[in-house]
Design a protein around this ligand. Structure first.
Ligand code: AMP
Ligand code: MN
Ligand code: MN
Length: 332
């Protein structure tokens, strides 16, 4: 780098585990932050670390812009998660962001924060290292397993409640052990969580079955409209407000659709365009040939090599064109 070039604002380096543990011990109050449209990883990771800190006598609050999805309300302490913050929150509370590559993923209601009061715990590629402390392990299957390393360094006991939260993060982000991030170590950690008292049956029932009838109707409606392009390598579909209304469904019922599109024989990349609630959000999934994190990154989104997402600022038809172009540019 020449002296005239500005130094990049983000530092690529992680904080040390010792520094993270020292900071957690030093602070008295915490706010755990999950990303918009929360999933089992962002919530489970924060709830697990929050439970451990509460057991150490710390004050713990949770900030999440969106409501807890129906299928995650079973998580221990989920009822404490809210958008509203207590009026007497100490100024030196540490805000702990779980499972997001940038703090903007927490949504527009996040108050302005000083960097030194932010801890970034994550496993996404291209994390912007927005915290005063950043602990990002890209090879971990979930942010929850990053948290488990922190819990061990803290010497915290993994209670059955914490184990349920952490097993939820693993099962969510591995697609119930189906995705390629499921290696032997992940299965060992999952077994450890079950030994520690995690309620696997509850997780399976609440997250992966117990679908509302409206949910299967919206899956059906979206699959009915699926298109197969690029010689069968690209499968995409959409869900819009009218389709949701016709099925009596809502955005929480659309989560599994993109997996079905990706599971079609010969498909390398699947996309689901979600044009509802005043936004166009896109879910991308890859079988490993095309890097969908890079493709989403071209349009301001992010994620992982095989699973990524973005919010498109513009009409649906433009989003469909732009995503296709980004995927072609990444080798679709
Ligand atoms: P989803 O398709 O919503 O399940 O998201 C798949 C992956 O992409 C997750 O790891 C998300 O954190 C990430 N992701 C989704 N939307 C965005 C976005 N707008 N910006 C950055 N990452 C995203
Ligand atoms: Mn997530
Ligand atoms: Mn995750």
């Amino acid at each position: 780098m020449t002296p005239t070039e500005a130094a990049p604002e983000r530092s690529a380096a992680n904080s040390s585990l010792d520094d993270v543990v020292a900071e957690l011990r030093a602070r008295e109050a915490f706010v755990f932050v999950s990303h918009v449209k929360p999933d089992g990883d962002t919530l489970g990771a924060g709830l697990a670390l929050g439970l451990a800190l509460r057991a150490m006598g710390k004050r713990v609050n949770y900030f999440q812009q969106d409501p807890v999805p129906r299928n995650l309300r079973f998580l221990p302490d989920a009822e404490r998660v809210a958008r509203a913050l207590p009026a007497d929150l100490p100024a030196d509370a540490l805000w702990v962001f779980c499972d997001m590559s940038d703090s903007s993923r927490a949504g527009e209601f996040l108050p302005a924060l000083e960097r030194r009061n932010m801890l970034d715990i994550d496993h996404h590629l291209a994390n912007s290292r927005f915290g005063g402390l950043n602990y990002i392990l890209e090879d971990e299957c979930s942010t929850g397993t990053v948290v488990l390393r922190i819990l061990r360094a803290l010497g915290a006991r993994v209670t059955p409640e914490i184990a349920t939260c952490l097993l939820t993060t693993i099962m969510t982000d591995t697609g119930a052990f189906m995705h390629s991030n499921t290696n032997a170590q992940v299965l060992r950690l999952a077994a450890e969580m079950i030994d520690a008292g995690a309620d696997k049956e509850l997780i399976t029932t609440e997250i992966f079955s117990n679908k509302r009838f409206a949910a299967i109707k919206i899956v059906g409606a979206s699959l009915e409209r699926a298109k197969l392009e690029d010689g069968g390598r690209y499968c995409w579909s959409l869900v819009d407000d009218a389709m949701l209304a016709a099925a009596g469904a809502d955005g929480e019922d659309t989560e599994e659709i993109v997996q079905h599109l990706r599971a079609v024989e010969g498909v390398d990349v699947a996309a689901l365009f979600k044009a509802y609630d005043g936004e166009v959000r896109v879910s991308l999934r890859s079988n490993g040939r095309v890097n969908v994190q890079s493709a989403a990154g071209r349009l301001g989104g992010g994620g992982h090599f095989r699973a990524s997402g973005l919010t498109y600022r513009g009409p649906l038809a433009e989003a469909i064109e732009a995503v296709h172009a980004a995927l072609l540019a990444e080798g679709l």
